[in-house]
Design a protein around this ligand. Sequence first.
Ligand SMILES: Cc1cc2nc3c(=O)[nH]c(=O)nc-3n(C[C@H](O)[C@H](O)[C@H](O)COP(=O)(O)OP(=O)(O)OC[C@H]3O[C@@H](n4cnc5c(N)ncnc54)[C@H](O)[C@@H]3O)c2cc1C
Ligand code: FES
Length: 382
Amino acid sequence: MNSEILKQLDDYDNVINEREVLKRYGYDYRLDRGLEKKYLERLHPRHITTKIIDIIEETPSTKTLRLASVEKYLPPFQAGQYISVNVDIDGIRTSRPYSISSSPDETAYYDITIRRVEGGFVSHYLLDSTKIGNTLQISSPAGNFIHNPIIHSNKLVFIAGGSGITPFKSMIQHAVNTGISRDIWLIYGNKNSEEIVFDDYFTMVAKRYPTIRYIQVLEEGKAHYNGYITAKIIKEVVGDSSNKTFFVCGPQGLYKHILKELQTLQLKPKQIRMEMYGVPPDVFKQNGWPEDVNSDSKFKITIKNKKEFTVTAGEPLLNSMEKNGVIVPSLCRSGECSLCRVKLISGKVYQPEGVKLRQADRRFGYIHSCAAFPITDCEIML
Ligand SMILES: Cc1cc2nc3c(=O)[nH]c(=O)nc-3n(C[C@H](O)[C@H](O)[C@H](O)COP(=O)(O)OP(=O)(O)OC[C@H]3O[C@@H](n4cnc5c(N)ncnc54)[C@H](O)[C@@H]3O)c2cc1C
Ligand code: FES
C-alpha cells in the first residue's frame, strides 16, 4: 500500500511508536511475517491425508472408521464438528460430511461412524470397499453444532435419530474423559434394538455417572419408550424444559417431526440447536416443488464456456455436476457453508426451506449448488 495512504489510517502513529519500542528492546517484528498464515494452515489445513487404522463393526448397518493422519498431525476440533470425506468412486469425485464420533481429547485419530443409506452412493463405498491401510482425504473439522457454555445451558437434552447419534457420542465422551460437569439427557430413537449405535458405551456411562441419562426410544422391541420421540416422552424424561438447551441431530425425517413436538414445549428459539443433515431425500414432496416437474423430467445444464449435460429432476445440481466431471469445492452439502456457490445465469432451481443464502448472493443470482435442484434448463457460471 502507498505509504502516504498508510499515514492516513487511524492508529498509524501508535503502530510506528510500537515498532520503535520493539526495536529498542531488540525484538525484530519482521521475523513474525507469515506466522499467522502458518498457524492458520496448521489449525485449518485445506486437506488432510489420513490412513484408516481400524474399522469397528457397530451394528449390521454401521461401522466406525478410525482415521490417523499420514502427516502425524490432526488439527484440534470441538465435540460436535464434522469432516468432509473426499472420494473418487469409479471416476466420480465427490464428498460427504460425517460428524466426528470420537472425543477431541483423543488427539491421535478421528473416528467417523457411517450408517448405510438405502440407494446411497458414498455410504456403501465407505462400508463395503475400504480396508485398514487405505488412505482417505478429508477436510479439516468444521461446523457450529457445538456446546458453547457461555451461550447455552449446562443442562443439555440431546435428541438423536439413527446415525445422528455421532456428534453426541463425541460430546458425551468428551465430558466423561475430561470430567467437565454437565447434566445430560440423551434421548435416542431407532427402529429396533439392532440399529442402536454405541449402546454399550452409553449404558455403561449412564450407570457410572448419575448426571448422564440414556433413554432409548424404539419403534419396535423392548425399550424405555416405544414409538417415536414425542413431547410427552421428553417432558416425562427431562421435567422442566425452560432451563435446558436442546440439541437435535438425525436424518431429515426426524427434524420435521421433532420441531413440531418441541414447539408444544414452548421453548425459546435460542434453546434449540439443530444440526444440518443434508438436503431432503424426498424433494418432490417439499412445499413449493412445482407440480409439473416429476422424476421423468429432464433438463439441459450448460456450464458457461465448459460443457453441457442433461440431468434428471430431483438430484442436487452439485451431484449432477460431479457425475459430469465438473468439480466445485464442497463441505456441508446442506446449503449452509457457501463453499459450493455458483452463479445461475439463466433458468430456475428449487431450493428447499432452510438453505442459508446470503442476501448479496440472492441479489446477484448465486445459489448453493448442493441444495439447488434444477426445475428448468439452466446456465451456470462457476
Ligand atoms: C453435518 C453432517 C454430518 C453427518 N454425519 C453423519 C454421520 O456421522 N454418519 C452418517 O452415517 N451420516 C452422516 N451424515 C450423512 C452423510 O453425509 C451422507 O449423506 C450419507 O452417508 C448418505 O450418503 P450417500 O452418498 O450414501 O447417499 P446419497 O447418494 O447422497 O443419497 C442417496 C439417496 O438417499 C437419500 N439420503 C441421503 N442421506 C440420507 C439419510 N441420512 N437418510 C435417508 N436418506 C438419505 C438421498 O436424498 C438420495 O435419495 C452427515 C451429514 C451432514 C450434513
Ligand atoms: S457445500 Fe456447503 S453450502 Fe453447499
